[in-house]
Ligand binder design. Structure first.
Ligand SMILES: NC(=O)c1ccc[n+]([C@@H]2O[C@H](COP(=O)([O-])OP(=O)(O)OC[C@H]3O[C@@H](n4cnc5c(N)ncnc54)[C@H](OP(=O)(O)O)[C@@H]3O)[C@@H](O)[C@H]2O)c1
Length: 208
């Protein structure tokens, strides 16, 4: 069976996967870009960037992925569903290039974008969403793309096979936490830790 994989999911030292106060011009709320500066420094993000350990991890985001599942909070800022023309935060050619299943209580017809990305909107359980995404992905894996609420739901339902979390040495103090309600979830996984000279720590959770 294809795997459900999380890649490059960045959290603060105090466990927040996004900040407070998300809005149209603040996708990560008061966190700004602090959770992803490690990624922006890599050659994966921009030519001339670093080619070290952060780049090795970040490159694993796309290979073997045939579909993504994301939450309504990643697809858009609070209230996006009131805008009938909202097509996500990535412009006409989003960086997914696969079917993307948006979990939301505000479903709408699918939206075909340039470059192979089609957004589909599902109001269903994580298990059923994963089954749908697996069919769309063929024999490839499904990426669970975030945000923290959706990854937490999939972890609670024991649906994640591989989880790559990047711990960033900032304290956000407020926002949306990844780990709440998941006591003991680490027992299901083999865990490896890789420290990067950039200051972040990569944690790889692989289902035992
Ligand atoms: N740290 C990272 O690496 C990373 C990665 C990706 C995104 N992010 C950030 O994370 C933030 C979004 O995360 P979030 O935790 O606020 O929200 P989220 O996980 O993206 O989405 C949660 C929302 O999705 C809908 N939903 C979830 N499960 C559902 C289900 N089973 N059925 C129907 N609807 C369901 C609900 O919204 P409705 O009820 O409104 O439909 C719920 O409030 C953004 O700031 C984004 O930029 C961070």
């Amino acid at each position: 069976m294809s795997l459900a994989r999380v890649h490059n999911f960045s959290i603060s030292l105090d466990g927040f996967g996004t900040g407070a106060g998300q809005g149209p011009d603040a996708h990560f709320g008061h966190a700004g870009d602090r959770l992803h500066q490690w990624m922006f420094a890599t050659q994966w993000w921009e030519a001339g960037g670093t080619a070290g350990v952060d780049d090795v991890f970040v490159q694993r985001h796309d290979p073997g992925i045939g579909a993504e599942i994301m939450g309504a909070g990643k697809f858009g800022h609070p209230g996006w569903h009131e805008d009938p023309d909202w097509k996500g935060a990535w412009g006409p050619n989003p960086p997914f290039h696969t079917p993307v299943f948006v979990l939301t209580h505000h479903t709408r017809p699918s939206i075909e974008m340039e470059g192979g990305t089609t957004f589909h909107f599902l109001d269903t359980s994580p298990a059923e969403a994963l089954e749908t995404a697996r069919k769309a992905a063929g024999d490839q894996d499904v990426r669970i793309g975030g945000g923290p609420t959706v990854i937490r739901e999939f972890l609670a339902a024991r649906l994640i096979d591989h989880l790559h979390v990047v711990v960033v040495p900032v304290l956000l103090g407020r926002g949306v936490r990844l780990w709440d309600g998941l006591e003991g979830v680490e027992k299901d996984y083999k865990i490896e830790q890789t420290s990067s000279p950039s200051g972040v720590t990569h944690l790889s959770f692989t289902r035992a």
